[in-house]
Design a protein around this ligand. Structure first.
Ligand code: PMP
Ligand code: GLN
Length: 382
Protein backbone atom coordinates (compact mmCIF):
# COMPACT_ATOMS: atom_id res chain seq x y z
CA UNK A 1 0.00 0.00 0.00
CA UNK A 2 1.39 3.35 -1.03
CA UNK A 3 0.98 6.25 1.34
CA UNK A 4 0.35 9.03 -1.11
CA UNK A 5 1.60 12.43 0.01
CA UNK A 6 -1.02 14.56 1.70
CA UNK A 7 -2.39 17.37 -0.45
CA UNK A 8 -0.51 20.66 -0.53
CA UNK A 9 -3.82 22.41 -1.20
CA UNK A 10 -6.32 20.27 0.71
CA UNK A 11 -9.11 22.83 0.66
CA UNK A 12 -8.82 23.63 -3.07
CA UNK A 13 -11.04 21.80 -5.52
CA UNK A 14 -11.51 22.06 -9.29
CA UNK A 15 -11.91 25.71 -10.31
CA UNK A 16 -15.39 27.16 -10.63
CA UNK A 17 -14.71 27.89 -14.33
CA UNK A 18 -14.27 24.20 -15.07
CA UNK A 19 -17.23 23.25 -12.88
CA UNK A 20 -19.67 25.74 -14.42
CA UNK A 21 -18.53 25.26 -18.02
CA UNK A 22 -18.85 21.50 -17.46
CA UNK A 23 -22.38 21.96 -16.14
CA UNK A 24 -23.23 24.24 -19.08
CA UNK A 25 -22.14 21.52 -21.51
CA UNK A 26 -23.99 18.82 -19.59
CA UNK A 27 -27.26 20.80 -19.61
CA UNK A 28 -26.68 22.45 -23.01
CA UNK A 29 -27.02 25.80 -21.31
CA UNK A 30 -25.90 29.16 -22.69
CA UNK A 31 -22.47 29.53 -21.17
CA UNK A 32 -22.01 32.98 -19.67
CA UNK A 33 -19.86 31.54 -16.88
CA UNK A 34 -16.19 31.10 -17.86
CA UNK A 35 -14.85 34.26 -19.48
CA UNK A 36 -14.22 33.70 -23.17
CA UNK A 37 -15.71 35.09 -26.40
CA UNK A 38 -18.12 32.97 -28.44
CA UNK A 39 -16.87 34.68 -31.63
CA UNK A 40 -13.63 34.10 -33.48
CA UNK A 41 -10.37 36.01 -33.34
CA UNK A 42 -9.40 38.21 -36.34
CA UNK A 43 -9.00 36.16 -39.54
CA UNK A 44 -5.66 37.83 -40.18
CA UNK A 45 -4.24 36.33 -36.99
CA UNK A 46 -5.26 32.85 -38.09
CA UNK A 47 -3.61 33.41 -41.47
CA UNK A 48 -0.43 34.65 -39.82
CA UNK A 49 -0.21 31.64 -37.48
CA UNK A 50 -0.77 29.30 -40.44
CA UNK A 51 1.91 31.11 -42.43
CA UNK A 52 4.48 30.86 -39.65
CA UNK A 53 3.70 27.18 -39.06
CA UNK A 54 4.12 26.44 -42.79
CA UNK A 55 7.39 28.36 -42.82
CA UNK A 56 8.67 25.99 -40.13
CA UNK A 57 8.46 28.07 -36.96
CA UNK A 58 7.41 25.06 -34.93
CA UNK A 59 10.30 24.58 -32.50
CA UNK A 60 11.08 26.11 -29.12
CA UNK A 61 10.90 29.88 -28.93
CA UNK A 62 13.66 31.67 -27.01
CA UNK A 63 13.08 31.33 -23.25
CA UNK A 64 12.02 34.98 -22.58
CA UNK A 65 9.89 35.11 -25.74
CA UNK A 66 10.32 35.76 -29.47
CA UNK A 67 12.50 38.93 -29.60
CA UNK A 68 10.29 40.64 -32.17
CA UNK A 69 7.20 40.13 -30.03
CA UNK A 70 8.99 41.55 -26.99
CA UNK A 71 9.98 44.57 -29.07
CA UNK A 72 6.41 45.03 -30.27
CA UNK A 73 5.07 44.74 -26.71
CA UNK A 74 7.55 47.40 -25.70
CA UNK A 75 6.57 49.75 -28.50
CA UNK A 76 2.89 49.22 -27.86
CA UNK A 77 3.44 49.93 -24.15
CA UNK A 78 5.09 53.22 -25.08
CA UNK A 79 2.22 54.12 -27.44
CA UNK A 80 -0.43 53.38 -24.85
CA UNK A 81 1.23 54.29 -21.52
CA UNK A 82 4.13 56.53 -22.58
CA UNK A 83 6.71 54.18 -21.10
CA UNK A 84 9.15 52.11 -23.18
CA UNK A 85 10.30 49.01 -21.30
CA UNK A 86 13.56 47.42 -22.41
CA UNK A 87 12.48 44.36 -24.43
CA UNK A 88 15.68 42.50 -23.53
CA UNK A 89 15.56 43.01 -19.78
CA UNK A 90 12.01 43.96 -18.88
CA UNK A 91 9.55 42.04 -21.06
CA UNK A 92 8.86 38.30 -20.74
CA UNK A 93 6.35 36.33 -22.81
CA UNK A 94 4.54 33.69 -20.76
CA UNK A 95 2.04 30.90 -21.28
CA UNK A 96 -0.94 33.02 -20.39
CA UNK A 97 -1.27 35.56 -17.63
CA UNK A 98 -1.82 32.56 -15.36
CA UNK A 99 1.78 31.47 -15.78
CA UNK A 100 3.03 35.05 -15.37
CA UNK A 101 1.11 35.36 -12.09
CA UNK A 102 2.47 32.07 -10.77
CA UNK A 103 6.03 32.91 -11.83
CA UNK A 104 5.78 36.41 -10.31
CA UNK A 105 4.50 35.13 -6.99
CA UNK A 106 6.97 32.22 -6.88
CA UNK A 107 9.81 34.64 -7.66
CA UNK A 108 9.18 37.15 -4.92
CA UNK A 109 7.23 35.50 -2.10
CA UNK A 110 9.29 33.65 0.53
CA UNK A 111 7.95 31.48 3.38
CA UNK A 112 6.32 33.71 6.01
CA UNK A 113 5.95 36.72 3.71
CA UNK A 114 2.56 38.40 3.74
CA UNK A 115 0.79 39.30 0.50
CA UNK A 116 -2.11 41.76 0.54
CA UNK A 117 -4.99 40.59 -1.64
CA UNK A 118 -8.16 42.55 -2.37
CA UNK A 119 -11.30 40.42 -2.24
CA UNK A 120 -13.20 39.18 -4.17
CA UNK A 121 -10.15 38.10 -6.14
CA UNK A 122 -9.30 35.96 -9.15
CA UNK A 123 -8.86 32.38 -8.05
CA UNK A 124 -5.27 31.87 -9.24
CA UNK A 125 -3.66 34.20 -6.69
CA UNK A 126 -4.16 32.44 -3.36
CA UNK A 127 -2.91 28.93 -4.27
CA UNK A 128 0.25 30.44 -5.76
CA UNK A 129 0.89 32.50 -2.61
CA UNK A 130 0.35 29.52 -0.35
CA UNK A 131 2.54 27.19 -2.42
CA UNK A 132 5.33 29.76 -2.07
CA UNK A 133 4.87 29.61 1.72
CA UNK A 134 3.34 33.09 1.79
CA UNK A 135 0.42 34.25 3.87
CA UNK A 136 -2.46 36.00 2.07
CA UNK A 137 -3.85 38.98 3.98
CA UNK A 138 -7.38 39.68 2.79
CA UNK A 139 -8.81 43.16 2.39
CA UNK A 140 -12.43 43.37 1.25
CA UNK A 141 -13.43 45.70 -1.59
CA UNK A 142 -16.40 47.83 -0.63
CA UNK A 143 -19.80 46.68 -1.88
CA UNK A 144 -21.66 47.62 -4.10
CA UNK A 145 -19.16 49.43 -6.33
CA UNK A 146 -16.15 47.44 -5.09
CA UNK A 147 -13.84 50.38 -4.55
CA UNK A 148 -10.69 50.02 -2.47
CA UNK A 149 -10.73 51.38 1.07
CA UNK A 150 -7.05 52.34 1.22
CA UNK A 151 -7.24 52.89 4.98
CA UNK A 152 -8.02 49.19 5.35
CA UNK A 153 -5.05 48.36 3.12
CA UNK A 154 -2.80 50.64 5.15
CA UNK A 155 -3.82 48.93 8.38
CA UNK A 156 -2.76 45.55 6.96
CA UNK A 157 0.71 46.61 5.93
CA UNK A 158 3.58 45.70 8.23
CA UNK A 159 7.26 44.72 8.06
CA UNK A 160 6.29 41.24 6.83
CA UNK A 161 4.33 42.57 3.81
CA UNK A 162 6.24 41.49 0.71
CA UNK A 163 3.69 42.28 -2.00
CA UNK A 164 0.25 43.53 -2.87
CA UNK A 165 -1.76 42.12 -5.75
CA UNK A 166 -4.02 44.53 -7.57
CA UNK A 167 -6.31 43.84 -10.51
CA UNK A 168 -7.82 46.59 -12.61
CA UNK A 169 -10.19 46.32 -14.46
CA UNK A 170 -11.32 43.88 -11.86
CA UNK A 171 -12.49 40.30 -12.25
CA UNK A 172 -15.16 39.40 -11.11
CA UNK A 173 -16.72 42.81 -10.35
CA UNK A 174 -15.89 45.01 -13.37
CA UNK A 175 -14.63 47.79 -11.05
CA UNK A 176 -11.78 49.97 -12.29
CA UNK A 177 -9.21 51.82 -10.25
CA UNK A 178 -8.68 55.53 -10.81
CA UNK A 179 -5.57 57.70 -11.05
CA UNK A 180 -6.32 58.75 -7.49
CA UNK A 181 -6.26 55.10 -6.36
CA UNK A 182 -2.80 54.73 -7.86
CA UNK A 183 -1.56 57.89 -6.20
CA UNK A 184 -2.89 56.75 -2.83
CA UNK A 185 -1.29 53.34 -3.28
CA UNK A 186 1.99 55.00 -4.16
CA UNK A 187 1.87 57.17 -1.03
CA UNK A 188 1.04 54.19 1.20
CA UNK A 189 3.97 52.05 0.09
CA UNK A 190 6.48 54.78 -0.71
CA UNK A 191 8.74 54.08 2.25
CA UNK A 192 8.47 50.27 2.04
CA UNK A 193 10.00 47.57 -0.18
CA UNK A 194 6.58 46.21 -1.14
CA UNK A 195 6.31 44.83 -4.67
CA UNK A 196 3.10 45.31 -6.66
CA UNK A 197 1.82 42.51 -8.81
CA UNK A 198 -0.58 44.30 -11.12
CA UNK A 199 -2.95 42.06 -13.04
CA UNK A 200 -4.06 44.18 -15.99
CA UNK A 201 -5.34 41.52 -18.36
CA UNK A 202 -8.48 43.59 -19.09
CA UNK A 203 -6.46 46.76 -19.82
CA UNK A 204 -8.35 47.41 -23.08
CA UNK A 205 -11.83 46.91 -21.63
CA UNK A 206 -12.65 50.11 -19.79
CA UNK A 207 -15.94 51.87 -20.52
CA UNK A 208 -17.86 55.13 -20.26
CA UNK A 209 -14.91 57.24 -21.41
CA UNK A 210 -12.82 56.27 -18.42
CA UNK A 211 -9.13 55.47 -18.85
CA UNK A 212 -7.26 52.42 -17.68
CA UNK A 213 -5.04 53.36 -14.73
CA UNK A 214 -2.05 51.18 -15.44
CA UNK A 215 0.72 51.19 -12.85
CA UNK A 216 2.97 51.74 -15.87
CA UNK A 217 1.71 55.33 -16.00
CA UNK A 218 3.33 56.00 -12.60
CA UNK A 219 7.14 56.01 -12.43
CA UNK A 220 7.09 55.55 -8.65
CA UNK A 221 4.90 52.46 -8.98
CA UNK A 222 6.38 50.80 -12.05
CA UNK A 223 9.86 50.64 -10.51
CA UNK A 224 8.42 48.18 -7.97
CA UNK A 225 5.82 46.41 -10.13
CA UNK A 226 5.34 43.30 -12.18
CA UNK A 227 2.62 44.19 -14.67
CA UNK A 228 0.81 41.27 -16.24
CA UNK A 229 -1.36 41.19 -19.35
CA UNK A 230 -2.88 38.59 -21.66
CA UNK A 231 -3.16 38.44 -25.44
CA UNK A 232 -6.05 36.05 -24.84
CA UNK A 233 -8.30 38.87 -23.65
CA UNK A 234 -7.27 41.56 -26.10
CA UNK A 235 -7.25 39.41 -29.26
CA UNK A 236 -10.14 36.99 -28.52
CA UNK A 237 -7.66 34.10 -28.25
CA UNK A 238 -8.06 32.77 -24.71
CA UNK A 239 -7.22 29.26 -25.96
CA UNK A 240 -3.75 30.29 -27.14
CA UNK A 241 -2.64 30.94 -23.58
CA UNK A 242 -0.14 33.70 -24.24
CA UNK A 243 0.49 36.57 -21.89
CA UNK A 244 3.38 38.68 -20.75
CA UNK A 245 5.00 40.37 -17.77
CA UNK A 246 6.68 43.77 -17.72
CA UNK A 247 8.98 44.41 -14.76
CA UNK A 248 12.22 46.18 -13.90
CA UNK A 249 15.36 44.15 -14.77
CA UNK A 250 15.99 42.88 -11.22
CA UNK A 251 12.43 41.54 -10.94
CA UNK A 252 12.43 40.22 -14.52
CA UNK A 253 15.62 38.23 -13.83
CA UNK A 254 13.92 36.46 -10.92
CA UNK A 255 10.63 36.00 -12.78
CA UNK A 256 12.46 34.36 -15.70
CA UNK A 257 14.13 31.91 -13.32
CA UNK A 258 10.64 30.62 -12.55
CA UNK A 259 9.35 30.89 -16.11
CA UNK A 260 12.24 28.84 -17.49
CA UNK A 261 11.38 25.89 -15.28
CA UNK A 262 7.61 26.22 -15.37
CA UNK A 263 7.26 26.11 -19.15
CA UNK A 264 10.68 27.21 -20.49
CA UNK A 265 9.07 29.03 -23.40
CA UNK A 266 5.74 29.73 -25.07
CA UNK A 267 4.14 28.54 -28.30
CA UNK A 268 6.22 29.86 -31.23
CA UNK A 269 3.96 30.47 -34.27
CA UNK A 270 1.39 32.32 -32.16
CA UNK A 271 4.11 34.62 -30.83
CA UNK A 272 5.29 35.35 -34.38
CA UNK A 273 1.73 36.09 -35.53
CA UNK A 274 1.00 38.38 -32.57
CA UNK A 275 4.26 40.25 -33.22
CA UNK A 276 2.89 41.22 -36.64
CA UNK A 277 -0.61 41.92 -35.41
CA UNK A 278 0.37 44.21 -32.53
CA UNK A 279 0.90 46.97 -35.11
CA UNK A 280 -2.88 46.94 -35.73
CA UNK A 281 -3.61 49.73 -33.29
CA UNK A 282 -7.25 49.95 -34.29
CA UNK A 283 -7.90 46.46 -32.91
CA UNK A 284 -7.31 47.42 -29.31
CA UNK A 285 -8.45 51.01 -29.76
CA UNK A 286 -11.87 49.71 -30.84
CA UNK A 287 -12.25 47.23 -27.98
CA UNK A 288 -13.84 49.58 -25.43
CA UNK A 289 -16.64 50.57 -27.83
CA UNK A 290 -17.02 46.97 -29.02
CA UNK A 291 -17.48 45.57 -25.52
CA UNK A 292 -19.35 48.54 -24.10
CA UNK A 293 -22.04 47.98 -26.75
CA UNK A 294 -22.34 44.37 -25.57
CA UNK A 295 -22.52 45.39 -21.90
CA UNK A 296 -25.18 48.01 -22.68
CA UNK A 297 -27.23 45.61 -24.77
CA UNK A 298 -27.13 42.92 -22.07
CA UNK A 299 -28.11 45.40 -19.33
CA UNK A 300 -30.89 46.92 -21.43
CA UNK A 301 -32.33 43.49 -22.20
CA UNK A 302 -32.33 42.73 -18.47
CA UNK A 303 -34.22 45.88 -17.51
CA UNK A 304 -37.59 44.09 -17.25
CA UNK A 305 -36.04 41.36 -15.08
CA UNK A 306 -35.97 41.10 -11.30
CA UNK A 307 -32.17 41.12 -11.25
CA UNK A 308 -30.41 44.22 -9.99
CA UNK A 309 -27.70 45.29 -12.41
CA UNK A 310 -24.53 46.45 -10.61
CA UNK A 311 -22.20 49.02 -12.17
CA UNK A 312 -19.53 47.46 -14.42
CA UNK A 313 -16.96 49.89 -15.75
CA UNK A 314 -14.53 47.37 -17.18
CA UNK A 315 -13.76 43.70 -18.08
CA UNK A 316 -16.31 41.59 -19.96
CA UNK A 317 -18.21 40.68 -16.82
CA UNK A 318 -21.49 41.96 -15.43
CA UNK A 319 -22.60 41.31 -11.85
CA UNK A 320 -26.28 40.77 -11.17
CA UNK A 321 -27.81 40.76 -7.69
CA UNK A 322 -30.62 38.25 -7.38
CA UNK A 323 -31.94 38.66 -3.83
CA UNK A 324 -35.34 39.80 -5.18
CA UNK A 325 -35.66 36.40 -6.89
CA UNK A 326 -34.26 33.93 -4.41
CA UNK A 327 -32.41 33.62 -1.13
CA UNK A 328 -30.56 30.50 -2.18
CA UNK A 329 -26.78 30.39 -1.74
CA UNK A 330 -25.16 31.78 -4.89
CA UNK A 331 -23.51 28.49 -5.88
CA UNK A 332 -26.83 26.64 -5.57
CA UNK A 333 -28.64 29.36 -7.47
CA UNK A 334 -26.03 29.42 -10.27
CA UNK A 335 -26.29 25.66 -10.64
CA UNK A 336 -30.09 25.76 -10.67
CA UNK A 337 -30.12 28.52 -13.32
CA UNK A 338 -27.88 26.38 -15.49
CA UNK A 339 -29.95 23.24 -15.06
CA UNK A 340 -33.45 24.73 -15.13
CA UNK A 341 -33.36 27.82 -17.33
CA UNK A 342 -30.23 27.04 -19.29
CA UNK A 343 -27.98 30.01 -18.48
CA UNK A 344 -24.65 29.37 -16.76
CA UNK A 345 -22.94 32.04 -14.62
CA UNK A 346 -20.30 32.24 -11.90
CA UNK A 347 -21.25 32.61 -8.21
CA UNK A 348 -19.16 35.42 -6.72
CA UNK A 349 -18.72 33.81 -3.28
CA UNK A 350 -16.02 31.53 -4.71
CA UNK A 351 -13.72 34.57 -5.00
CA UNK A 352 -13.76 35.15 -1.21
CA UNK A 353 -11.61 33.09 1.19
CA UNK A 354 -14.55 32.82 3.60
CA UNK A 355 -17.08 32.37 0.76
CA UNK A 356 -18.91 35.64 1.53
CA UNK A 357 -22.22 35.41 -0.28
CA UNK A 358 -23.78 38.75 -1.30
CA UNK A 359 -26.21 37.05 -3.70
CA UNK A 360 -24.24 38.15 -6.77
CA UNK A 361 -23.72 36.18 -9.97
CA UNK A 362 -21.13 37.07 -12.64
CA UNK A 363 -22.18 36.90 -16.29
CA UNK A 364 -19.71 37.12 -19.21
CA UNK A 365 -20.99 39.36 -22.02
CA UNK A 366 -18.18 38.58 -24.51
CA UNK A 367 -20.82 36.92 -26.65
CA UNK A 368 -22.61 37.46 -29.93
CA UNK A 369 -25.76 39.55 -29.91
CA UNK A 370 -27.89 36.45 -30.52
CA UNK A 371 -26.38 34.68 -27.51
CA UNK A 372 -26.96 37.70 -25.26
CA UNK A 373 -30.56 38.08 -26.47
CA UNK A 374 -31.36 34.42 -25.89
CA UNK A 375 -29.75 34.44 -22.43
CA UNK A 376 -31.53 37.64 -21.39
CA UNK A 377 -34.88 36.30 -22.58
CA UNK A 378 -34.46 33.34 -20.25
CA UNK A 379 -33.30 35.48 -17.32
CA UNK A 380 -36.18 37.92 -17.66
CA UNK A 381 -38.65 35.04 -17.14
CA UNK A 382 -37.41 34.47 -13.58
N1 PMP B 1 -6.11 37.32 -14.41
C1 PMP B 1 -7.42 37.58 -14.51
C2 PMP B 1 -8.02 38.65 -13.67
C3 PMP B 1 -8.21 36.84 -15.38
O1 PMP B 1 -9.51 37.08 -15.46
C4 PMP B 1 -7.62 35.84 -16.16
C5 PMP B 1 -8.54 35.09 -17.04
N2 PMP B 1 -8.38 34.35 -17.80
C6 PMP B 1 -6.23 35.61 -16.02
C7 PMP B 1 -5.53 36.37 -15.14
C8 PMP B 1 -5.54 34.54 -16.79
O2 PMP B 1 -5.29 34.87 -18.11
P1 PMP B 1 -4.75 33.83 -19.17
O3 PMP B 1 -5.94 33.17 -19.77
O4 PMP B 1 -3.96 34.63 -20.14
O5 PMP B 1 -3.89 32.85 -18.43
N1 GLN C 1 -10.37 34.23 -16.52
C1 GLN C 1 -11.51 33.48 -16.93
C2 GLN C 1 -12.69 33.90 -16.08
O1 GLN C 1 -12.57 34.62 -15.12
C3 GLN C 1 -11.37 32.00 -16.80
C4 GLN C 1 -10.04 31.41 -16.93
C5 GLN C 1 -10.09 29.96 -16.54
O2 GLN C 1 -10.98 29.26 -16.93
N2 GLN C 1 -9.17 29.56 -15.75
O3 GLN C 1 -13.76 33.47 -16.38
Amino acid sequence: MINYPSSKLPDISTTIFTVMSGLATEYQAINLSQGFPDFNCPEELIELVTKYMREGHNQYAPMPGVPRLRQKVSQKTERVYGYLPDPEREVTITSGATEALFAAIAAIVKPGDEVVVLEPCYDAYIPAIRLAGGIPVFVPLIVPDFHVDWNLVKKCICSRTRAIIINTPHNPTGAVMTRQDMETLSAIIETTDIIIISDEVYEHMVYDEQLHSSVLLHPSLRERSIVISSFGKTYHTTGWKIGYAIAPPALTTELRKMHQFLTFSTVTPMQMALADYLDEETHYQNLPAFYQAKRDLFCELLEPSRFQVLPSSGTYFQLLKYDAISNEHDLDFAKRLTQEIGVASIPVSVFYHDKTDNRFLRFCFAKSEDTLREAAERLVKL
